[in-house]
Ligand binder design. Structure first.
Ligand code: HEC
Length: 215
């Protein structure tokens, strides 16, 4: 009996050490889960002033397409100045689109405008993309926003300034874009999905029919 009493502190010490050694890895594991959740959390968030916090990891998102010198009013690009438009969308929304042909709430697109470079390194012909990013434009679907979708103009401090309605951006996207105000007709992996799922906009289908009839 006496012996047992003497051994008690040792036993308690041992028990604490045992619980500790089990607990520490569990806490670390919990922290790592948190980190993973934070890293893949690509839903839109805003400052108190309603500006978008620009998603920094968009280059790890799904790449949809690159347009070169696209313009919508037949004005040619200034000679020697070319621009690529790279379009990215957050991965969860992309996967959802593949299943349904629709964009879920909290979809974010980034349009990255990047200067073109010619004769860089061993390249003698054609254009490659330069390091210099000219601008970032963002299109966000969020039920909390006026009209359900909004545009933002990125700036160097990581903030997207909201573009208020009415603006050309909304007008053109709403009247010509193939799916839910987004230009799916220029995203080659998505156009067949929208066609299959029957989610192409009436305006786009009408425009297509007129263009084909005119040819
Ligand atoms: C006259 C038509 C037109 C106007 C005006 C216009 N866009 Fe677009 N936008 C397009 C087209 C076409 C695409 C497809 C781009 C590509 O393939 O490079 C596009 C794509 C985008 C995308 C990629 C996501 C999507 O919706 O498909 C963003 C972001 C975007 N535009 C932002 C803007 C912003 C911001 C403005 C206003 C400052 C604007 N656009 C004005 C035609 C327009």
């Amino acid at each position: 009996m006496l012996k047992e009493v003497y051994d008690m502190p040792k036993l308690i010490g041992f028990a604490i050490a045992l619980i500790g050694s089990l607990l520490i890895p569990a806490v670390i594991a919990l922290d790592q889960t948190k980190l993973v959740i934070a890293a893949s959390d690509d839903s839109p968030s805003y400052t108190a002033a309603g500006e978008l916090k620009m998603p920094r990891q968009y280059r790890e998102w799904i790449f949809l397409s690159s347009g070169l010198d696209m313009n919508y009013n037949s004005v040619a690009a200034a000679p020697g100045h070319h621009t690529f438009e790279n379009v990215f969308v957050n991965p969860d929304s992309y996967r959802s689109f593949l299943r349904s042909g629709k964009w879920p709430d909290k979809t974010i697109f980034i349009l990255e405008l990047r200067a073109a470079a010619s004769a860089a390194s061993i390249n003698k012909n054609g254009q490659t993309q330069a390091e210099q990013v000219v601008a970032h434009e963002v299109h966000v679907k969020d039920a909390r926003l006026d009209g359900g979708w909004a545009f933002f103009e990125g700036n160097d401090s990581g903030i997207g300034k909201p573009i208020k309605r009415p603006a050309d951006c909304y007008q053109c996207h709403e009247s010509h874009a193939a799916v839910d105000t987004t230009f799916v007709q220029f995203y080659p992996t998505l156009l067949p999905v929208a066609r299959d799922k029957g989610t192409l906009s009436a305006a786009y289908l009408k425009e297509e029919a007129t263009t084909h009839a005119a040819k």
